[in-house]
Design a protein around this ligand. Sequence first.
Ligand code: SAM
Length: 315
Amino acid sequence: MHSAPAVGAGPHLPVMVEEVLTQLVTTSSGLYVDGTLGGGGHALALLARLAFGGRVLGVDLDPGALDTARRTLAGAGDRISLRQGSFTQLPAFLEELGMTTCQGLLLDLGLSTLTLQSSGRGFSFQLEEPLDMRFDPSQGEPLAQVLLRLSRSQLADIIYRYGEERRSRAVARAIRGAAEAGRMLTSGDLAATVRSVVKGPQATKTLARVFQALRIYINGELDNLQAVLDSLPQILEAGRRVVIISYHSLEDRLVKHFFIRESKACLCPPQLPSCQCNHQATLKVVSRKPITPSAKEQAFNPRSRSAKLRVAQRL
Ligand SMILES: C[S@@+](CC[C@H](N)C(=O)[O-])C[C@H]1O[C@@H](n2cnc3c(N)ncnc32)[C@H](O)[C@@H]1O
C-alpha cells in the first residue's frame, strides 16, 4: 500500500531514473512518450540520454504539472512536444505529430509530490483545501460534489476496493453522514471524519488508504491504466519497450497480469485439445520480477519506497 509522503517533503524527485533509462531506451533517436509527465524530471533525463535525433512527447492531465514541466524542459526546444490530456488519448496525440507509433512509452503512475503539496485541490490529508482531487479540474465534478450522490454502500465499495481498507463500512457511514450534514467540503473535513472513526496509530494508514481510494475513483485511474495497456499493440513500434512504475498493489497487479496475458500465444484453458481463442502474443515480459529502488534511493527519497517498475517489449 502506498503511504502518502509527508507534506513539506520538498520538490518531486523522479523515481529510478537510471533504471527507467536503461530499460526504456532501445534507440537513441525516434519519438519517446512520457505519458505522465508531472514536473518533467524523467523527460529531462530522457532527453539528455537521447541523441539530438531523439524527441519526447510529454502528456499530463494536470495543467499545473504541465506548467512546471514547461519550465523544466524550456531548453529542449522542438525536441519536446507537450499535450494536456490523458495517456488514453495517445493514439490521437501521436497522429497530431504525424506518427502512429512511438519508440518507447514511460508511465510513472499516480500523484507527484508537487500535486500533493501545492495543487490546492485536496489530495493531502495534512492540508486544508477544497475537496476536489481531480487531476484535470476542467473535467467532471469535484469530489465534494460527487460525495453528495454516492450511497453509503457505493462509498464502502470504493474504499474497500481502491483503498483495501477493512473499516470501509464504518468510514463510509461517517463520510456519508458528514456529506448529508454539509460538512464535507475540504480535505480537512474528510480527514477529521476519518479520524472520528479510526483513532490512534492506525489513523494515518487509514487516512492514506481512504484518500488514495477516493482519488483513484474520481480520476478513473484503473480504467485509464487498462485503456492505455489495451492500446499498446497499436502505439508501440515492434521491438520497443513500455516501462511502468506503480505505487500500489492494485496498479501493479493490473500491469503484471496484462503483461503475462499479452505474452501468451494462447489463452485457452489447458484441457482444450487445440487452440480456439486465436489470441496472439503482442508483448515479451522483460523482467519477471518488478524492479525496485536501491536502498540508497529509498533512504534519499522516501516516496520511492513503494515503487515497482515493470518492463515489456512489443513483439
Ligand atoms: C508520479 S507523477 C509523474 C512524475 C514525473 N515522472 C516526473 O518526473 O516529474 C504522475 C503524473 O501523472 C499524471 N496523470 C495521472 N493520470 C494520468 C492520465 N490518465 N493521463 C495523463 N497523466 C496522468 C498526474 O497528473 C501526475 O502529474
